[in-house]
Design a protein around this ligand. Structure first.
Ligand SMILES: NC(=O)CC[C@H](N)C(=O)O
Length: 257
């Protein structure tokens, strides 16, 4: 098996980069963490890697809107390198602040003539939501989610409300199989608050691009890779591994030859 190299791209205010590094290493990849300013100095470095991960955090202090400044940097200074990377059939993962950044950079859904199709806004609750939630997984062709049905992992964000410009955009994304992660509740067909922690349209928690190789999600799979990270592991019994680990392993195995 060819071992892929992962670039965990940091910015000022990233705070989940070490966890993302650890998760990809557990899954069997080589991992390097790099500050975006270093990549801007020489964008061609990106092509040394097979997987790009933009981790969670508060880049640029969430100024303007969470992930917006990082998105602008990605689109304006690294746009060509990123398109080349994506078109080489490599993988891109954005977690939480990373999802905000890659979505707002147009890497998941290219904008149309009227502008962006979707964004992530402030939680309906008006506060930071930091707790464990349940996810339903519809992998469709998303490389990262192959074989998964559900996940129990934490969220920690203030701006995770997924909004499309019009309802038909969300309907189209569902039909195309791009809505790959939704918040779930056992008794609600579409999860309502608090199961849906931010009021996302369609209870959307994660979205992939049309190829299935770019995934963005608000919850944190890298915070549940070890079974002991689950808050109830002593009561429920120790699972074999954390629910988030298969997502990283799928990405690594995609490059198996
Ligand atoms: N954990 C995170 O990445 C948080 C994302 C962002 N700072 C928010 O609060 O919405």
């Amino acid at each position: 098996m060819a071992t892929p190299k992962v670039l965990v791209l940091r910015g000022p205010g990233s705070n989940c980069d070490q966890e993302a590094h650890f998760a990809f290493e557990m899954a069997g990849a080589f991992v390097e963490r790099m500050h975006i300013n270093r990549l801007r100095e020489d964008p061609a470095q990106l092509q040394r890697f097979q997987i790009l991960c933009v981790p969670g955090g508060f880049t640029y202090g969430d100024d303007v809107a969470a992930g917006k400044i990082l998105a602008t940097q990605l689109a304006n200074f690294l746009g060509d390198a990123l398109r080349k990377f994506r078109d080489a059939e490599k993988l891109i993962l954005g977690i939480c602040n990373g999802f905000q950044a890659i979505l707002k950079a147009g890497l998941i859904l290219p904008p149309d003539e009227d502008g962006p199709l979707a964004t992530l806004g402030h939680n309906d609750s008006g506060k930071f939501e930091d707790r464990w939630i349940h996810l339903r997984v519809n992998p469709n062709k998303c490389v990262f989610l192959k074989g998964l049905e559900s996940m129990h992992i934490p969220v920690a964000h203030g701006e995770g409300k997924f909004i499309t410009r019009k309802q038909w955009i969300l309907d189209g994304l569902k039909q195309a199989g791009q809505v790959v992660l939704t918040y779930s509740h056992p008794n609600q067909p579409e999860a309502q608050y608090p199961a849906n922690p931010n009021g996302s349209m369609g209870a959307v928690a994660g979205l992939c691009d049309a190829t299935g190789r770019v995934l963005g999600l608000m919850p944190h799979p890298e915070r549940h890779v070890l079974p002991t990270q689950h808050p109830q592991w002593t009561r429920l019994g120790l699972a074999q591994e954390g629910d988030g680990l298969p997502l990283f392993r799928n990405a690594v195995e995609y490059f198996a030859t």
